[in-house]
Design a protein around this ligand. Structure first.
Ligand code: 5RP
Length: 217
């Protein structure tokens, strides 16, 4: 089965978490796009969504769902988003699409974070996927030096600007055996907006599409 079909399957399975008239948080990426398509095809009519990126806002508009400001909604019951990696404790690496900061904010403000992935995202220990870090532009070199000190090999995602006007460093070969400590250490660095580790606020549910159906963690 190809990866797009797996994404469609997990997107359809996610619909059972969505209630009519709800305001839900919606992440970013190709798996989330499949979820938005599945939502449009379902009979479910949500009231509105808090979007984690300009790209998702545009996609939501195509199916007639309005994007609302998190400042006006209060806490959300549900946040749906993909991931670049997940481990057996439902801790994640995210930010391949560069939307990590808004994703982290919406995840933090949600009571239930349902992460939707295909089987290619499953790892026993995080860290194969380079860790994205959003930085204030003037701090790029400083944060890169600090990431070398923490054992990684940073690479500037040159030419990419986040929705918040910042830059991304993708850090290779970090030791993420203790992702909670690493998340805290990176987020303490001056100039870091946030890193793509979702270990402190991890997923509550991971739905993974496999050749043999959906697995839930
Ligand atoms: C975007 C993300 C995405 O959730 C992550 O990159 C997975 O994307 P996809 O569903 O396309 O594989 O964190 O910032």
């Amino acid at each position: 089965m190809n990866q797009n079909r797996l994404k469609q399957q997990v997107a359809e399975a996610t619909l059972s978490f969505v209630d009519d008239d709800a305001v839900i948080g919606v992440g970013t990426g190709s798996t989330v796009n499949a979820f938005i398509d599945a939502l449009a095809a379902s009979g479910i009519r949500i009231d509105a969504a808090v979007s984690s990126s300009e790209a998702t806002t545009a996609k939501l508009q195509t199916i007639g769902v309005r994007a609302v400001d998190l400042n006006t909604t209060g806490s959300l019951d549900l946040y749906v988003d993909g991931a670049d990696e997940f481990d057996p404790h439902r801790r994640l690496v995210k930010g391949g699409g560069g939307a990590l900061t808004r994703e982290k904010i919406v995840a933090a403000a949600s009571r239930r974070f349902v992460c939707i992935v295909d089987q290619s995202k499953q790892v026993s220990v995080l860290g194969k996927f380079p860790l994205p870090i959003e930085v204030i532009p003037m701090a790029r070199s400083y944060v890169a030096r600090e990431m070398i000190r923490l054992g990684g090999q940073p690479e500037w995602r040159e030419g990419f600007v986040t929705d918040n006007g910042n830059w991304i460093l993708d850090v290779h070969n970090l030791d993420l055996v203790d992702p909670v400590s690493m998340e805290k250490s990176i987020n303490e660095l001056a100039g870091v907006v946030t890193c793509g580790l979702f270990a402190i606020r991890k997923a509550d549910v991971v739905l993974m599409a496999t050749e043999n159906g959906i697995e839930r963690f």
